[in-house]
Design a protein around this ligand. Structure first.
Ligand SMILES: Nc1ncnc2c1ncn2[C@@H]1O[C@H](COP(=O)(O)OP(=O)(O)OP(=O)(O)O)[C@@H](O)[C@H]1O
Ligand SMILES: [Mg+2]
Length: 282
């Protein structure tokens, strides 16, 4: 039985201006799980990720990360939090928050240097990560000089470079062109197969079936947990959360309502191909 990596029990969070972003949220994420957090704008997804990453302490309720209780006192203990945070990587929704050095290279090198890697190791990891994300040509640029998509990739690079056990990603595919998005999804699949725990806040319903097996649909004080199929088949829940069903599923639902019997609706292209093949072969 995998152990819980992140546990939230009755967690509420109120911002200093009085905005109650989360109310009585209970959720558990287990080691090796791939989880999506979906919900409308302003539902508290980013706030939830910041709490799950130990960057915000809950206003009330209990948070545990790797079994350690995270509260205001713990968060202000830099040494203890380092032990928690070094195993986690968070990609913020706003890349400008992530990038603070004077070059992309230095931003990507920051994590590995602070993990105590040798300079040779740092350079090799930075170079591999920049290459993988197609960012070598902007390595010496100031992050402010990047395009939107390059900035997003640079933010992702600063986290991937340290290979954290737990990845918390806030809208990571926003601004990515289709090819980059596809490559990123492939990478997430590999990381997931390699046993990493991945939590993604996203509106990207096409990506979701590729990587998430468990979904939390959140709206400030309501959190619904379900597996991919249960959530994607729950039209009322999706409508309330301003979410769409993936295109493939919409197509098969239309085919079903025009008389095609297809037992189980597929949610991604692989599933659709298998379904069509089975139907053609009888
Ligand atoms: N720093 C802040 N100070 C005050 N209120 C905030 C702050 N950050 C977020 N909020 C408020 O908290 C609520 C939840 O915001 P959050 O960013 O967590 O939502 P979200 O689900 O990530 O939305 P989106 O889909 O737009 O990214 C919103 O009402 C927002 O206005
Ligand atoms: Mg957000």
């Amino acid at each position: 039985m995998p152990s819980p990596v992140i546990e939230l029990h009755n967690v509420s969070y109120t911002y200093p201006d009085g905005t109650e972003a989360l109310k009585n949220i209970t959720a558990k994420i287990f080691e090796g799980e791939s989880v999506a957090i979906a919900g409308p704008n302003g539902a508290g997804k980013s706030t939830l990720l910041l709490i799950m990453g130990g960057l915000l302490a809950p206003s009330s309720g209990e948070v545990k990360i790797f079994g350690k209780k995270i509260d205001g006192k713990m968060i202000s203990n830099v040494k203890k939090m380092y032990e928690v945070r070094k195993k986690m990587g968070i990609v913020f929704q706003d890349p400008d928050v992530q990038l603070f050095s004077s070059t992309v290279h230095d931003d990507v090198a920051f994590g590995p240097i602070h993990l105590g890697m040798s300079m040779d190791e740092v350079e090799s990891k930075v170079s591999d990560t920049l290459k993988f994300l197609g960012l070598e040509h902007v390595a010496e640029k100031h992050p402010y000089e990047l395009s939107g998509g390059e900035k997003r990739k640079a933010a992702i690079a600063t986290v991937l470079v340290s290979s954290p056990d737990v990845l918390l990603l806030d809208e990571p595919t926003a601004d990515l062109d289709p090819k980059s998005r596809k490559e990123f999804v492939e990478l997430l699949k590999k990381l997931k197969d390699g046993g990493k725990t991945i939590v993604i806040a996203t509106h990207d319903m096409e990506m979701l079936p590729e990587i998430a097996e468990k979904i939390f649909v959140i709206d400030r004080e309501n959190i619904t947990e379900g597996n991919l199929r249960d959530v994607l088949m729950d039209e009322k829940l999706l409508e309330e959360a301003n979410l769409d069903v993936p295109l493939v599923a919409r197509l098969f639902k239309m085919l079903e309502s025009s008389g095609l019997n297809c037992d189980e609706i597929p949610f991604n292209t692989d599933g659709a191909i298998e379904k069509i093949r089975n139907m053609v072969n009888g």
